[in-house]
Design a protein around this ligand. Structure first.
Ligand code: ATP
Ligand code: MG
Length: 554
């Protein structure tokens, strides 16, 4: 029986619109600007837009909001498409792949329409003059001399703008609304500017480009988007959105706003993420420490867990800061169900099992206790094994259930051993333990008579596979990075990456694939990094087994 979840406020709006017959079906869009890689905030928007369409039998367009030629690039377009497909686990999630730049001619015609209606004018003022004339929130702006240009003159000047007769910034086209409006964005907003720049799709066809407020709503309308969902900072833009639709008499798309996702110990702005990449604080957009979708993917987060996270946080109307641990919780929950268990020793201590005379034995170990169909794998056992250095204490306190002189432990999926002798080098450091094993204690046999509390992971020395392990931590030390004083880069965690050049893994790890998820027993969840090769296996720690952060750092 599935749990009935209450509707979020956008679902309520959609249900009302469908019930009243206002819409027969819904069409949403996800409108990324291709000026960076997608981050977890975008994931929220993707889940919301695609989720609504899925729930109510509608569709979603992927529309690249590519109206700013300077910062946009096809590398970003490709990464965005890849990330959306991955996040939604769907090769064809969008109804149509569209580009605002494909509407440039039509948007230009919309501007011409406004001019003809006496609702737009060409302004020769400098940007400083425009800013001054605009007034302040408490003081109305002033109408300048260009505002009363005739329709003919405006048409002729706007054509000349398009034809490249002017330099960048020499003229702009403004909507003629109200210089005294209490909404500053309605004080004759600029709708077209001159920019002699190459566009990644339209090349050099255009030297004038529409502003966001004269491109976004128009694109929604051209596509007949029913519910145009954006983040709260666009609330003051909504009157302009509606004004354009009304004056141009085009399809009445409606804008709705929800709170953007902000997360602790993260930044959620493409501009800042780009700085981290360009200034090499991280290796790339998909560095596993980045809050980007590609970074999280590389780190081993699953699309299911990201979707679960987006679902859990819900759709809010007020800004808030979501705890990064909630995302990690979702990741752990999913990985616990799907991860293959493996044994890896990070910091080895050699154990010689003095009474073991079988040479090598192949033992079976379950791949996943959470999955009855998970099967088993072969794990070689031999006279010499590695255990973790910190699983042994020469002088152990009471209730120490790991290995100590005279004490017994179980080796996972193998035998019970007892520590008989501690071998030290000349400096007095422990270099080896001599142990004996109980041959009747093989995993699965009845050992009820023996009192052993601890179980250790181990690997056979002869068959151990050296792997590189990359341990990640929070990228920032500050909980609310955006609100912290000064440059956000001052809060970068210097210990966000720890590389263990050699850890010792069981041989089955040689077969690990990029898509697989692993739990290194007692260590955490791991996945193969994309830089891994058969000669040099590299694993990323996705997340620790428990939330250790809370205890250590607060
Ligand atoms: P950034 O601040 O990272 O530059 P943006 O809003 O400029 O983000 P766009 O590419 O324009 O980036 O965003 C595409 C869509 O994703 C928009 O609809 C935007 O509202 C939404 N979006 C962006 N950031 C977030 C966020 N943190 N939470 C929820 N939705 C977001
Ligand atoms: Mg944007």
């Amino acid at each position: 029986m599935s749990e009935e979840k209450s509707l979020n406020f956008i679902e309520e709006i959609v249900e009302a619109d469908l019930a009243s017959g206002k819409h027969k079906t819904i069409l949403t869009r996800f409108p990324p600007e291709p000026n960076g890689y997608l981050h977890i905030g975008h994931a929220k928007s993707i889940c919301l837009n695609f989720g609504l369409a899925k729930k109510y039998g509608g569709a979603t367009n992927l529309r690249f909001d590519d109206t700013n030629p300077v910062t946009e690039d096809t590398e970003y377009v490709d990464s965005i498409k890849e990330d959306v497909k991955w996040l939604l686990s769907n090769e064809n999630p969008w109804a149509q792949e569209l580009y605002a730049s494909d509407y440039f001619e039509q948007i230009y015609q919309f501007a011409v329409d406004l001019i003809k209606k006496g609702l737009a004018y060409v302004d020769d003022s400098t940007s400083e003059e425009i800013a001054t004339q605009k007034g302040t929130p408490t003081q109305p702006g002033i109408n300048n001399q260009y505002r009363d240009r005739s329709v003919e003159e405006n048409l002729q000047l706007f054509t000349a703008m398009r034809d490249g007769k002017y330099k960048d910034g020499e003229k702009v086209l403004r909507a003629k609304i109200d210089m005294a409006s209490t909404n500053m964005l309605l004080r004759d907003p600029i709708i077209y500017r001159i920019k002699h720049a190459h566009h990644h799709r339209t090349g050099d066809n255009w030297c004038i480009y529409p502003m966001y407020d004269f491109a976004h709503g128009q694109s929604d309308s051209i596509e007949n988007i029913t519910h145009s969902i954006c983040t709260l900072e666009f609330i003051p833009h909504r009157p302009m959105y509606d004004w354009c639709i009304e004056k141009l008499e085009i399809y009445p798309s409606k804008q709705y706003e929800f709170a953007r996702l902000n997360m602790t110990y993260s930044v959620m702005s493409k501009r800042k993420l780009l700085q981290l990449v360009n200034e090499q604080h991280v290796s790339s957009w998909d560095d596993p420490r980045m809050p980007t979708i590609s970074g999280m993917r590389r780190r081993g987060f699953t699309p299911e867990s990201l979707r679960e996270f987006c679902d859990k946080i819900g759709v809010a109307k007020r800004e808030n800061l979501i705890d990064f641990s909630l995302l990690e919780f979702c990741v752990r929950e999913h990985l616990n169900k799907i991860a293959q268990r493996r044994m890896v020793v990070f910091d080895p201590l050699k154990v010689v099992i003095t009474n073991y005379e079988l040479g090598e034995e192949i033992l079976l170990s379950e791949n996943n206790p959470e999955d009855e169909n998970g099967g088993e794998r072969n794990v070689p056992f031999s006279k010499e094994i590695y255990i973790e250095k910190d699983d042994f204490m020469e002088v152990a306190p009471k209730k120490y259930f790991r290995l100590a002189p005279g004490q017994m432990v179980r080796l996972k999926s193998a035998y019970i051993i007892k520590c008989d002798e501690v071998i030290k080098n000349a400096e007095g450091n422990i270099v080896q333990l001599n142990c004996s094993y109980i041959s009747e204690s093989k995993s699965g046999s009845d050992t009820s008579g023996i009192n052993v509390k601890g179980t250790l992971h181990w690997v056979s020395v002869a068959k151990a596979v050296p792997i590189e392990v990359r341990l990640y931590d929070r990228l920032f030390t500050e909980e609310n990075v955006a609100a912290a004083e000064g440059d956000f880069k001052g809060y970068i965690n210097p210990d966000s990456l720890t590389v263990l050049p050699i850890a010792y893994g069981e041989p089955s790890l040689k077969e690990a694939t990029l898509e697989e998820r692993h739990q290194f027993i007692r260590k955490g969840y791991f996945c193969v990094d994309k830089e891994s090769t058969p000669d040099k296996l590299i694993f990323n720690r996705t997340v620790t087994l428990k939330d250790t952060w809370a205890k250590v750092n607060r």
